[in-house]
Design a protein around this ligand. Sequence first.
Ligand code: RIB
Length: 315
Amino acid sequence: MSRQSRIAVVGSANVDLTTFSDRFPKAGETIFGQHFDLGWGGKGANQAVAARLCGADVAMVARVGDDLFGPATITNFQAQGIDASHVRIVPGTSSGVAPIFVESNGQNRIIVVKGANDRLLPADVDAAAEVLAAADCIVLQFEIPLETVFHTVRFARERGIRCIVNPAPAQPVDLGALAGVDYFVPNESEAETITGMPVRSVGDAEACAKHLVAKGLTRVIITLGDKGALLASADGVTHVPPYPVATKDTTGAGDAFVGSFAVFLGEGLAERDAIARANLYAALSTTGIGTQKSFVTRARFDDEWKARLGAAGQA
Ligand code: RIB
């Protein structure tokens, strides 16, 4: 590792209630599932934990509820070695929760109830200014109010801090308010929702990414699941191929990509190299079940990376 990344995540924390079944029930139908998993989740928290496991110094800015889950979420951050001094409990509000349904092919469907995540406001970002200003990268998602995302983007831009925005879950957004972010990282369905363009192939993703760059986003990375990732900027478009793995559960793979990418970039790797490593880190997360508990340590990642050097014509 060349230098330690310092990452700040302004984002969500949820508790994931994951049910595994052969198929999804039809409307009005009750079926038996095979397995249940209760775990820590939330796109922001997942990205913070991935960054921490990859070796970064990480701070989290978030809001949790005053239910059973809130204090336990803070304890989880602390146990991971994440600075949780700006993770606060909101009285009278539930924590964010995510009922998740996973089919036997690893595909998932998620309903997020945002709860306290919706109470993370621009003033809370200002209150965390000292911690955020010490970061070399600020990472954001769309599971908190968009006004807070836009405010944090401005905060980062004014201070010249690298800023990565993962627009998940997708929602209509004024892309102008995100001009100046260094990396805009949607997956295929998020890119489709935000642009209205179909993203069903690498070719579609290329057209969509070019469209987003033309709209003023400096660098766009569209994550493509088992097809790898695509980077687009004014310099052109690069497809970074995937690493094959035996997938069990894809939940949180996008978060594993974003959190690890922030770290690899912060360590001084070139963009393409950072994306290739993040592809592998995300792929490894799909070989376990659950979200944060499926993320691998840096030592495990480094072993896998060495073992796959040269795979798919990269590294
Ligand atoms: O990206 C996966 C995450 O989405 C889950 O952890 C769930 O909490 C939702 O935020």
